[in-house]
Design a protein around this ligand. Structure first.
Ligand code: G3P
Ligand code: MG
Length: 327
């Protein structure tokens, strides 16, 4: 991203703008930094390591608690990233904690979905891996799958009877599901029975999906299927086996509230001890730098029309070349 680092000149506009960076396809491809992203990011810090330009990562990815993701990003990029600078697709789930604090909720997806949720304050959360393990024969394909033990910082085994008798109140797709066939099967079981697989009672529990990205960029030359593709698969199947259509709420970009929240967090960062220039929180322009026109650019454009006080610009990166800037 040579053109990226030369287009933004922090010195020219020290405190009047803030930046939200997409991660996948812009800063990282898989777990490798893209082009010059580490050196471009270094230019946003002063010599003491404080932020000259308030910035954050606004990703539809996830699977790790924000503090852990911040350490991982710091390690990969060689700059100090604070947890405040990491907004993931599932970050708004923390707002649902009052509703489900003590209810049984299932958390699905790669990484440590249950650790993410318990970090937000959910007290009775169980990972999909653990939940499925309590039901004999729930996944008829399990014997054909390579056994893998996935690390979830939240590992907490409970009694089988306890899990089998409690109704699941909500399912959260925290990050990209790993085992689509198992997860679609078990989610259909939970959702069509009212939270008790194998039984036939009750209305559909809540379903929350962290993002609705059809695809996203990794190291592979063409886009990979994302959580939005999983949602389409789940919804199509559920609607064929159940008379009432699937009800769900999806979060993440391009929902306007995600960008509004990013603006608030950028202001918080600008006035925090992480910034060298504390107090300068009136942004003239906020930049969203993303690679997905349907998600990042559409989202930034919508905000441009909804929140007129701060100008919103966006930089579109296609495979980290052909950079264009629009206001
Ligand atoms: O699963 C990650 C993907 O859906 C998008 O991540 O960083 O490009 O918003 P990002
Ligand atoms: Mg991206």
């Amino acid at each position: 991203s040579r053109s990226f680092s030369s287009t933004i000149s922090p010195e020219s506009n020290r405190s009047s703008f803030g930046i939200a960076f997409d991660i996948d396809g812009v800063i990282l491809l898989g777990s490798s930094p893209v082009g010059g992203s580490p050196s471009a990011l270094r230019r946003l810090y002063d010599d003491s390591g404080a932020l000259k330009i308030p910035f954050l990562f606004l990703t539809n990815g996830g699977g790790l608690p924000e503090s852990k993701r911040a350490s991982e990003m710091s390690h990969l990029l060689g700059v100090q990233v604070s947890p405040l600078q990491v907004i993931q697709a599932h970050s708004p789930f923390r707002k649902l904690v009052n509703r489900f604090e003590n209810e049984l909720v299932v958390a699905a997806g790669k990484g440590e979905p249950a650790a993410v949720m318990s970090n937000y304050g959910f007290k009775n959360v169980i990972s999909m891996d653990e939940y499925a393990s309590y039901f004999d024969n729930i996944d008829p394909l399990a014997p054909y799958k390579k056994l893998m033990f996935r690390q979830d910082g939240h590992k907490e085994l409970r009694s089988r009877e306890d899990v089998l008798s409690q109704r699941v109140q909500a399912a959260f797709i925290v990050s990209d599901p790993v085992d689509w066939s198992r997860d679609i099967q078990v989610l259909c079981d939970i959702l069509r029975t009212g939270g008790l697989p194998g039984k036939e009672i009750g209305p559909q529990p809540h379903l929350y999906i962290a993002n609705d990205d059809l695809d996203y960029q990794t190291e592979f030359p063409t886009e990979r299927l994302g959580m939005g593709a999983f949602r389409i698969a789940l919804e199509s199947i559920f609607n064929r086996i159940h008379e009432k259509p699937l009800e769900y709420t999806s979060f993440g970009k391009p929902n306007p509230f995600v960008f509004k929240n990013a603006e608030d967090v950028l202001k918080e960062i600008a006035t925090s001890p992480y910034s060298s220039n504390q107090g300068s929180h009136h942004f003239k322009t906020l930049y969203m730098i993303g690679d997905n026109p349907k998600i990042d650019i559409r989202g930034a454009r919508q905000v441009l029309y909804s929140f007129s006080q701060t100008r919103v610009g966006h930089l579109a990166i296609k495979h980290s070349s052909n950079l264009t800037l629009n206001h």
